[in-house]
Design a protein around this ligand. Sequence first.
Ligand code: SF4
Ligand code: SF4
Length: 310
Amino acid sequence: MDPEELTGILFDIQGFSVHDGPGCRTLIFLKGCPLSCRWCSNPEGKSRSPEPLYRRQKCTMDLLCLDACLHHAINVESDGLSIDRKKCYTCTTFDCMSACCSGAIQQGGYVISVSELYRVIQRDRQYWGSRGGITLTGGEPFFQPEFATAVLKQCHDAFVHTAAETCGDIPQSWLKPSLPYLDWLFFDLKQMDATLHKEWTGHSNHQILENAKWLAQSFHGRMVYRMTVIPGYNDQPEHSLKLARFISSTQRCEINLLPLHHLGREKYALTSRSYYTDSLTTPSLDSLLNMKKIIEKEGVTCYIGSETPF
Ligand code: SF4
Ligand code: SF4
């Protein structure tokens, strides 16, 4: 197949980002992620398939969608509708959305070809200035490896700066084909203890740490670690020390600490998921500065939030 006709599934494209690589960038959100981080701010990126997003506030309960859905995925509950999402993952018609006149059901995720996406990238290119480019994120961008590689290659061949953010929990063979076309890589770390990692994300950190070590050696672009700081989970001094020593051992000595936020909370209801992290506070500036101090003592440069040099 012509690589330009390859298709992928996105759930968003955002222009004018200034925090995810050098300059002004277009962020491309790919659907699908192997992890289930409790604090994820993009729950609509978790499933690899397009899915309905249901807004109870807009729903008039006329039940037109219920009749339209051939998969019988919609049920009436006392406080609105519930949707059996397992049935939606194999749905290709999305009749519920066509039937809904109030905009209460909207499509989360859509199929797009490499050439269609590249047209969007070309449109945005005029706004980037000299340093910008694209950043693939998600979800986990390399969960759709062929599509990610084709997009990165097309951009790379056209001298577009390319970056991606990965959770790292994927086979090396999914990442490897993209590496020649990638200028920057943000590599997410969450927790150095394997048990705690599994408890909060659904998977151990084993493959992630192995991939970090492998990429540090084999990726020739700039690699910056990232970690969402969650008070009580990964902000303790002993964890910061362990984290810094691991990073230092890979000789890619940059990390960007991102304070936990709750901006994704509303999206959990739209995708019928429970939000477990309401009770968690965002870290204080003092605690972030304390982490920075411990990390930098080990020779690792630490940026807090959006205060990055890029
Ligand atoms: S996405 Fe498809 S299966 Fe799911 S509720 Fe809508 S029509 Fe039914
Ligand atoms: S068609 Fe739309 S407004 Fe009517 S019940 Fe379904 S979601 Fe609600």
